[in-house]
Design a protein around this ligand. Structure first.
Ligand code: DGY
Length: 325
């Protein structure tokens, strides 16, 4: 007989049988996330919550969920969750690190190469029947070989991006709060750089730092001014790291050449955002981890964390281990 009550905020790409053996599971059936008020109501009666990055899990919600034993987020990032409020209530929060590293690094490269070689523009050009002949200067892009790649944040995903650069014989700079040990730097072929130097020397700048108060609008007018006019910016981390107005100014004035982003501030991108009108910007709908296998692994990991939390065991992947038993 199920002992626990669980709410899952969206349909998952995975059967829930294992969870259903121990819990009565309600799954939010809609494509859009449950509105905050609905979540606030649901949380009153549940032991476990499986949520996504689109759900705001704030102090009020955590204080309303008096029976909550565990929160399990199906994402590696957890900036939508007030972790200190969860810790204050003794609620462990699970997330899904590691399993989406490769998919996200692959997608970063897909965006980087698409922006460098103007693939989206080329496709639109062809479909608009503008292809009339071979032209020496048609849709000229940027070379990767020998270029400098600047990686902002050398965690798991940043490292996986660096490893993929070796085939292009690139010079790789990285900026990070802490310099990595020499062995890791040598094996990845990366060089530590202070942030401003990375910006001014890189041909491609790719963001892999987590979103926090410290990284909010880390890229704004001053940072774009430091970048080369030929530089290309890639963001597969969180939209809030880049000031969207400054990005628009940089792209429309030619301060930088192009950008390719999987994340926006806010999400989804507002229908009247001027960014939507720019040809030198590729925008994807937050799908860097969206390979079939990866999303299944993420769902599996989120379920494992949830079951562990319900049963009073340590979460396999816990964001706030200080409260985990
Ligand atoms: C995450 O996991 O944080 C990604 O942004 C979604 O896959």
């Amino acid at each position: 007989m199920p002992q626990f009550q669980v709410f899952v905020t969206r349909r998952l790409p995975m059967a829930l049988d294992r969870l259903q053996e121990i819990a009565k599971v309600e799954v939010w059936p809609e494509r859009q996330p449950p509105p905050y008020e609905v979540l606030l109501e649901k949380v009153k009666a549940i032991d476990g919550l499986l949520c996504l990055l689109t759900d705001r899990i704030d102090r009020q919600l955590l204080e309303t969920g008096t029976a909550l034993k565990v929160i399990s987020q199906m994402a590696v990032g957890y900036d939508n969750i007030d972790i200190s409020a969860a810790s204050a209530r003794g609620i462990p929060v699970g997330h899904t690190p590691g399993v989406l590293t490769d998919a996200t690094a692959d997608f970063t490269w897909a965006l980087l190469m698409a922006a460098a070689r103007r693939i989206v523009e080329a496709d639109k050009f062809t479909r608009a029947l503008q292809w009339q002949t071979w032209e020496p200067d048609l849709l000229l892009g940027a070379d990767l070989v020998g270029a400098t790649l600047g990686i902002v944040g050398l965690g798991r995903i940043g490292q996986a991006v660096a490893r993929r650069a070796s085939g292009f014989n690139m010079r790789i700079l990285y900026a990070s709060r802490h310099q990595c040990d020499r062995q890791l730097e040598t094996s990845l072929g990366v060089e530590f750089a202070e942030f401003d130097r990375l910006l001014s020397e890189s041909d491609f700048v790719t963001i892999h730092t987590p979103f926090s108060a410290d990284t909010y609008h880390l890229f704004s007018d001053r940072q774009f001014e430091l970048m080369k006019p030929t530089a290309i910016l890639i963001n597969t981390s969180r939209g809030g790291i880049v000031d969207p107005d400054a990005l628009h100014r940089a792209l429309s004035s030619g301060q930088i050449a192009a950008a390719a982003i999987d994340v926006t501030e806010p999400e989804p991108i507002p229908t009247d955002s001027p960014l939507l009108g720019l040809d030198n910007l590729i925008i994807a709908p937050h799908i860097a981890s969206a390979s079939r296998q990866t999303r299944q692994k993420m769902a599996q990991m989120a379920i494992d964390n949830l079951i562990a939390g319900l049963q009073g065991d340590r979460l396999p992947h816990c964001v706030n281990p200080e409260v985990d038993r």
